[in-house]
Design a protein around this ligand. Structure first.
Ligand code: PEP
Length: 256
């Protein structure tokens, strides 16, 4: 992956209350040493209600673990009941936010245009978007996966300047591999991630394409991370289920 620092991000989804969040982050901090945390960037993405507790722990003990949120409002503030603004995330020290996760696309009908507006909202407050793309099983079976991912990527990046795109993280998450135990092969991951990087190069320049980190997500665990990371265009992983257990997630972060 050359100059791109590997990123392992744990998406907790709707799991772990703030007590459990503190215990898990403490466990990670205890299990990973300074060298490991400088070789690999380790980030947790807890529910909103845990963020203050995670911030207090990370700041108080100067932990080398980052954190972020799982979603962001497209709006800056105002009458949007139940939503969380980017400025609120930034104020809590969040460095990342997941945008366009397949569960939000599926259960909350988020489309590429909304994903695009959320990316702009995050960039405005200097929180790094982790932009998710990925195809469903029927699209893969019809061999439409590359076209589908290109469309999602192009929609997400619409109207962004090259220097803004360079700040993003992209995650390729085939929907059929999320939470199913069915991991894409390292070759499947490389095929799509390599193609996404080429698409970035064609449309936004080589330098941007070489700067943007592209992660793989879908049933990643300590037992399969090393083979996935061995692929040249894979810069890290977005991890769901395996990020909920401190020992397992720490083992996964020690892949190099
Ligand atoms: C995810 O939802 O981002 C994910 C990759 O989940 P899992 O690792 O559980 O497949």
């Amino acid at each position: 992956t050359g100059p791109r620092r590997p990123l392992i991000a744990g998406n907790w989804k709707m799991n772990l209350n703030h007590f459990e969040a503190i215990a898990l982050v403490q466990k990670l901090a205890f299990s990973l040493d300074e060298k490991q945390l400088s070789d690999v960037e380790v980030v947790v993405l807890p529910p909103f209600t845990d963020l203050r507790s995670v911030q207090t722990l990370v700041d108080g003990d100067k932990l080398l673990i980052g954190y972020g949120a799982q979603d962001i409002s497209e709006h800056a503030s105002g009458a949007y009941t139940g939503e969380i603004a980017g400025s609120m995330l930034a104020k809590l020290g969040c460095t990342y936010v997941v945008i366009g996760h397949s569960e939000r696309r599926e259960y909350h009908h988020e489309d590429d245009a909304l994903v695009n507006r959320k990316i702009k909202a995050a960039l405005k407050v200097e929180v790094t978007p982790i932009v998710c793309v990925g195809e469903k099983l029927e699209v893969r079976e019809a061999a439409g996966h590359l076209e589908h991912c290109f469309n999602q990527l192009d929609g997400a990046l619409d109207g962004l300047k090259a220097e803004e795109i360079a700040r993003l993280v992209i995650a390729y998450e085939p929907v059929w591999a999320i939470g199913t135990g069915r991991t894409a092969t390292p070759e499947d991951a490389q095929e799509v991630i390599g193609a996404l990087r080429e698409r970035l190069a064609e449309r936004h320049g080589k330098e941007v394409a070489q700067t943007v980190r592209v992660l793989y997500g879908g049933s990643v665990k300590s037992a399969n991370i090393a083979m996935i990371m061995a692929k040249k265009d894979v810069d890290g992983a977005l991890v769901g289920g395996a990020s909920l257990d401190g020992d397992e997630f720490a083992a996964l972060c020690r892949f190099p």
